[in-house]
Design a binder for this molecule. Structure first.
Ligand code: ATP
Length: 584
């Protein structure tokens, strides 16, 4: 199959803002794709060569790509740079220079998918001293054989800017329609929730139809999507929801980790399903020592602590674990970590996700030997509201955020990838009448004035509507930023600037600059009100009005452990609005 066919679909998708139409283009593409290369097509479409959790990024530097474009087309680097300055998009530069290339060759070969995929894979995997030369050569070769449109998408893929705005759920929809029926989406999504490798699923569906996915199992080394919690703002309401008896656990304020353990290897995955093992060599060691099984998948919260006093420290200290090797070494030493384990999903060949909570918990306690660096989360199993209230106070005193209440019924399974009432969070914030933090997605920016000229003075923020798979605006955020923060956030946003509003952004407001929904910021709001301008839950609670957050303030935290789809949802905003009414 030729790469031009994929490029054509990219173009169609780029030209539409309608999800249904996007799905149709994908269905057409999937139907004509030979089964053997189905996985490659899906990875490429997502701007990758492997599933996300493998952590292999293309991310070639603009400078190197620009040199390769010049080399392949016969233009000078200065010419290419001048074009880049005026277009601001290296893909468009490649498209134009390839269309007008100064040297034509008799030995040009029409690009097929295998060729493009294997070159991109080599480029992503090449490391070491001579890697820059190797990459340069591979890119120039690809561009030499490209048509202009192909060059545009190859360059965008290489530099990590393919940005077609296709959500994973849209790909699942298209796979269901192409190889089963639309109604089978739920079954496919169920497998995806414990095996989130769209390429592999797509290929199996294409080869064997729906029957093929029966053979998928939980696999050590492949992260499951996390089970998530709803929220309520009183113990009474929680007890009512959980039939009068529940487990209450301390809600630790750290970083959630899913550990995949074998005697040879411990892999750690973030909430975002990113492989973060390299950032936590200490956690790998702790788990290697304290979990004695052939294989296990367990979950817990990793919290920075003061080793001398055992005191828990602010969560931000864990997020400093990124960066260079020597910084990591010193962070490991300066910010020791303790793990509080709360779930067991798999152990020694047995899938525990379909077992009730207390069985999973028992297994967890069987396989973990506690130490000063690892413990099981503190819990009580009670029907007594007063006891739960007391436990809540204790948790705050211990430095936790509140409680996590969990159902203990026969069907209290681990529901990968879903947010439900089996787990309910109860935080300190809900006690104050109108203060609560939410995690919102930046979808646009407004240019600053005065002291803020040259950077964004305010950001357009959105909640995620998971039913519609779109981002709905809820406030303009301009408070809580230091000058330095604004500069660095502006740089981050400029790197993901878009020409047009992203198809998954639903907004009536016009931002000065639109950006790809990517960054999630923690925001503290004073109050939720109705707004005729904002689109969050528009028309759902009141005709012609959406929800807005009054007096929003940035809390200083960029939640890079969250993807935009993990932001606070429209539904949660509705629940918070209703909860707020009850409190007043
Ligand atoms: P969410 O994960 O629900 O989208 P969030 O990342 O903002 O939201 P919170 O609202 O603070 O997190 O609550 C859920 C998180 O609490 C879990 O994802 C997990 O990281 C953390 N957590 C802390 N203690 C526990 C516990 N005992 N059981 C389950 N989760 C816990």
């Amino acid at each position: 199959m030729y790469y031009s066919e994929l490029a054509e679909t990219y173009q169609q998708i780029e030209a539409t803002t309608k999800r249904l139409e996007m799905t149709r283009f994908l269905v057409d593409l999937f139907k004509k794709t030979p089964s053997e290369i189905m996985d490659k097509i899906i990875y490429l479409m997502r701007g990758k060569v492997l599933p996300d959790f493998k952590g292999l990024e293309l991310g070639v530097a603009d400078k190197l790509t620009l040199r390769a474009i010049a080399k392949a087309t016969g233009f000078s680097e200065a010419d290419a740079m001048q074009k880049l300055n005026s277009y601001g998009d290296l893909g468009l530069v490649a498209e134009e220079l390839v269309a007008n290339k100064k040297q034509t060759s008799l030995f040009s070969e029409k690009l097929d998918i295998d060729k493009v995929y294997s070159s991109l894979e080599k480029i992503a995997k090449t490391t070491g001293n001579r890697s820059q030369d190797m990459k340069f050569k591979l890119i120039a070769e690809l561009l030499h054989d490209s048509e202009p449109v192909e060059a545009k998408y190859i360059v965008r893929s290489l530099t990590g800017k393919i940005r077609l705005g296709i959500a994973d759920m849209t790909i699942l929809d298209a796979l269901a329609i192409a190889f089963a029926t639309k109604e089978d989406h739920a079954r496919i999504e169920q497998v995806y929730s414990f095996y989130p490798d769209l390429g592999s699923l797509g290929k199996t569906l294409s080869l064997q139809g729906l029957d093929g996915i029966k053979d998928y199992n939980i696999t050590v080394g492949i992260p499951l999507r996390h089970m998530l919690a709803e929220r309520l703002n009183s113990i009474e309401a929680i007890m009512e929801k959980l039939d009068g008896q529940a487990v209450f656990e301390y809600k630790y304020d750290g970083l959630r980790l899913q550990a995949h353990i074998t005697p040879e290897k411990v892999s750690l995955f973030s909430r975002h399903l990113e492989d973060v093992s390299a950032q936590f060599p200490d956690v790998q060691e702790i788990l290697h020592e304290s979990v004695k099984v052939e294989s296990a998948i367990i979950e817990g919260e990793c919290v920075p602590i003061n080793l001398e006093t055992g005191e828990m420290l602010p969560f931000q200290m864990v997020s400093r674990r990124r960066g260079r090797k020597y910084e990591l070494d010193s962070a490991v030493e300066d910010f020791p970590i303790k793990l509080f384990l709360f779930d067991c999903l798999y152990a020694d060949g047995v899938d525990y996700t379909q077992q009730p909570l207390l069985t999973r918990r028992e297994k967890l306690s069987d396989i973990v030997t506690p130490s000063p660096r690892v413990e099981l989360s503190n819990l009580i199993n009670t029907s007594d509201q007063a006891e739960a209230e007391k436990f809540f106070e204790n948790s705050l005193e211990a430095g936790c955020e509140g409680l996590m209440a969990k159902a203990i019924s026969e069907d209290s399974f681990y529901r990968a990838g879903s947010r439900g009432w089996q787990w309910i969070k109860y935080k300190r914030d809900y006690r104050s009448q109108i203060n609560d933090t939410v995690d919102l997605v930046v979808v646009g920016g407004f240019m600053g004035h005065g002291r803020r000229s040259g950077v964004y003075g305010a950001l357009l923020m959105a909640a995620y509507n998971d039913a519609q798979d779109r981002f709905e605006t809820i406030c303009k955020l301009g408070t809580g930023f230091s000058d330095e923060m604004l500069v660095s956030i502006s740089d981050m946003l400029n790197a993901i600037k878009l020409e047009h509003k992203h198809p998954r952004i639903y907004s009536q407001m016009k931002a000065d600059v639109w950006v790809e929904p990517k960054y999630v910021l923690e925001v503290l709001g004073a109050e939720i009100t109705f707004s005729p301008i904002h689109t969050c839950a528009f028309g759902e609670l009141k005709e012609d009005s959406g929800l807005a957050i009054r007096f929003p303030r940035f809390k200083g935290n960029i939640r890079d452990d969250k993807s935009p789809e993990d932001a606070t949802t429209t539904k949660e905003m509705i629940d918070m609005y209703k909860g707020q009414l009850k409190q007043i």
